[in-house]
Design a protein around this ligand. Structure first.
Ligand SMILES: [Zn+2]
Length: 172
């Protein structure tokens, strides 16, 4: 029985992978891996905010190592699940602890919306700006950095890398 379920899961995963491959082909004319590059950019955007605004978790205003043994990572103010077009927007990514990431995912209503934590923490002006940007991208997706070509994303990643680490990537 267990084996049957496992096999079904593997088959489903294979099918999803095949679908992604087809989609990537349609998008880019050839099969490329988009995911890892996006993740690299998001990680660097988190580190960039840490460098610009200090090492404290932006949600709890505490040392990330003191409040979460998992450490810190990139945190999306407008969630990347609900707003995929806001995923690579530098202003939308801050440095926070893993606990904040998890809590936001499970209690989104406490963070988002007119009376949520995000407006208290980041201010009305920034939140209005992000929400307007998200609406603009919905109307005109090609304006979003999520829609950059692979080449442009590589260039974005390399620029961020240099900004965060103070030296160029080996590939650049
Ligand atoms: Zn935190």
């Amino acid at each position: 029985m267990q084996k049957k379920i496992f096999d079904a899961c593997v088959a489903a995963a294979k099918e999803r992978k095949a679908k992604r491959k087809v989609k990537a082909k349609v998008l880019w004319g050839k099969t490329i891996k988009i995911g890892p590059l996006n993740r690299e950019i998001v990680t660097l955007l988190g580190l960039r905010d840490k460098k610009l605004n200090g090492p404290l978790c932006r949600i709890h205003e505490k040392d990330v190592s003191a409040i979460s043994h998992y450490g810190g990572l990139a945190y999306h103010i407008l969630s990347q699940g609900e707003y995929p077009l806001m995923r690579l927007v530098p202003e939308n990514v801050v440095w926070a602890c893993r606990g904040a990431n998890i809590d936001e995912r499970f209690h989104r209503a406490r963070y988002a919306g007119k009376f949520g934590k995000h407006r208290l923490i980041f201010g009305e002006e920034k939140m209005d700006r992000l929400e307007i940007m998200a609406r603009d991208f919905e109307r005109n997706p090609m304006l979003s950095p999520s829609k950059l070509s692979k080449k442009e994303k590589i260039s974005m990643r390399d620029k961020l890398w240099t900004e965060v680490h103070g030296f160029a990537t080996e590939a650049a």
